[in-house]
Write a protein that binds this ligand. Structure first.
Ligand code: FAD
Length: 288
């Protein structure tokens, strides 16, 4: 099913993200993990694309496992270090495997620098995908602004241009303060961006994740969460419980304020995903 169809209407939806393994011998385990999460009946499941396009076959293998488990898959695809010939082949493989949904991303720029190949921005990839076939295309957005962008105003300008190239839905970078999302949604609507926006929630259950999440996403860590991380950093069970509670509360607040699409960054942890789904069992009805 197309994600745009899943996201139409006002019903509250929860979708999940999983990542493929870096190495080929991890595929079976990643597929099992994906199937465990799929058993919770999320609205759809996205499968990330290896940094620098390193593992396209692994993304597809895990996406196929998601489909076999009866959940709609969404394949991520990055372009910054790819050629058009390579992307064309990846899309052909997706099509042959029955994939209808693609999250089109630029990918992070190589740390060592160097020039981009055939694509500079995600918008060019989106154009290219539409020329290759009838895909439902999503894209990324950044409530706090993309870390490379000069200002949130400029970032919003480029986001509008990206959406106008043919984006069916957006998924946000993780954020830990809902006020930042509400502000972003207001600014996006004012700019005329009216596609569904899936709010990305990352449950932080491991103290090591805190610094990494902030570094990767450029997200602000609100004092309330920083206090939790400080207090429970040395007690893994307490940190996990607090992280699950924090993410649950974030989602309840989002739903209470009219957000209908939640995307959970599961970090391939079925037990964390299950705990959150159970906490929300009367608020989000999975599988309906
Ligand atoms: P773009 O939309 O191209 O934007 C990148 C930067 O360029 C922004 O600062 C933007 O403001 C600016 N910009 C855009 N257009 C123009 C223009 N015309 N002129 C000048 N500046 C412009 N990475 C992976 O490697 N694999 C994944 O699977 C993956 N999944 C992700 C999923 C989500 C939901 C998110 C939020 C991120 C994901 N990422 C993934 C990370 C992503 O690849 C990086 O954040 C990357 O740096 C930007 O990708 P983008 O598609 O948002 O880029």
């Amino acid at each position: 099913m197309r994600i745009s169809t899943i996201l139409s209407g006002d019903r509250v939806r929860l979708s999940c993200e999983v990542f493929p393994p870096k190495k080929f011998d991890g595929i079976a385990h990643a597929c099992e993990t994906a199937k465990e999460i799929a058993a919770l009946k999320p609205a759809y499941m996205s499968v990330t694309y290896g940094a620098a396009g390193s593992t396209p076959g692994h993304t597809l293998a895990v996406a196929k496992a998601v489909a076999e488990a009866g959940v709609t898959p969404l394949c991520h695809l990055t372009c910054v270090q790819s050629t058009k010939a390579h992307v064309r082949q990846v899309l052909a493989d997706m099509k042959a495997a029955g994939m209808e949904n693609v999250l089109a991303l630029r990918g992070d720029l190589p740390r060592e620098g160097g020039r981009c190949t055939d694509f500079t921005y995600a918008a060019e990839l989106i154009d290219f995908i539409h020329a290759q076939g009838d895909f439902c295309v999503g894209a990324a957005c950044y409530p706090e602004g993309h870390p490379e962008s000069g200002s949130r105003l400029q970032d919003m300008e480029y986001l509008k241009r990206k959406v106008d190239t043919g984006v069916d839905f957006l998924t946000t970078q993780m954020f830990f303060d809902n006020a930042i999302l509400y502000n972003f949604l207001y600014r996006a609507l004012k700019k005329g961006i009216d596609v569904p926006v899936c709010a990305g929630i990352m449950p932080i259950c491991d103290p090591k994740q805190v610094a990494r999440a902030v570094q990767l996403s450029g997200s602000i860590m609100p004092p309330r969460f920083a206090a939790i991380a400080d207090r429970f950093a040395h007690d893994p069970a307490a940190m996990a419980q607090a992280g699950i509670a924090y993410a649950t509360e974030q989602i309840i607040d989002l739903v209470a304020n009219g957000v209908t699409h939640i995307h959970l960054y599961t970090m391939n942890k079925p037990w964390i995903t299950r705990a959150i789904v159970e906490n929300l069992s009367s608020i989000i009805h999975m599988g309906e």
